[in-house]
Design a binder for this molecule. Structure first.
Ligand code: SF4
Length: 167
């Protein structure tokens, strides 16, 4: 029987949610042999191609390349879980959704013509189907471990669905 694969990806984010995963080192070691971490650039330069059993995605979609990338991740992943406020709600980057992004880039960059971004920062679920959203900034360590364990065991995570609170 093949070992399930876990992959971790980053879009526009601060890496804080990935650090939560790194902070689970002892628990991940306990899972050694039961899961193969196939893609996690924060922890290893090894990059194994998909398909993946579980993909964790941090960060929001802020460029056309992000949008394309998240579609590729979705196509390669049996389950896709977004982690953190950036991935589930657009994050602090979404403040620009209420402003003129071109005005911002003109004010900040010497060569704004080099900046190629979307006018908005959006959650991953605006672009692809998401199996579960882990909320928080950063995410909760215990909930992250529950999500990983649940999907690898083939069951739903035992975490309250907060979506009604964030409609
Ligand atoms: Fe960082 Fe918060 Fe975004 Fe996680 S949700 S990547 S901690 S800003």
């Amino acid at each position: 029987m093949s070992v399930p694969t876990l992959a971790v990806f980053k879009l526009a984010s601060c890496d804080g949610c990935q650090l939560t995963l790194l902070d689970c080192e002892d628990e991940l070691l306990a899972l050694a042999g039961k899961v193969r971490i196939a893609h996690f650039l924060e922890a290893s330069s090894e990059v194994a191609p998909g398909p993946y059993d579980l993909a964790l995605v941090e960060g929001s979609v802020t460029t056309a390349a992000d949008a394309e990338r998240v579609r590729e991740i979705r196509a390669q992943s049996r389950h896709l879980v977004t982690m953190g406020a950036c991935a589930t709600a657009g994050g602090i980057q979404a403040l620009r959704n209420f402003a003129d992004v071109e005005e911002f880039t003109r004010a900040v960059y010497a060569r704004p013509d080099y900046i190629d971004v979307l006018a908005t920062s959006t959650p991953v679920s605006d672009h692809v189907d998401v199996d579960f959203e882990l909320r928080g900034c950063p995410i909760d360590r215990g909930q992250l471990l529950e999500v990983i364990t649940a999907y690898l065991a083939g069951r739903k995570p035992d975490i309250p669905d907060h979506s009604v609170c964030f409609a």
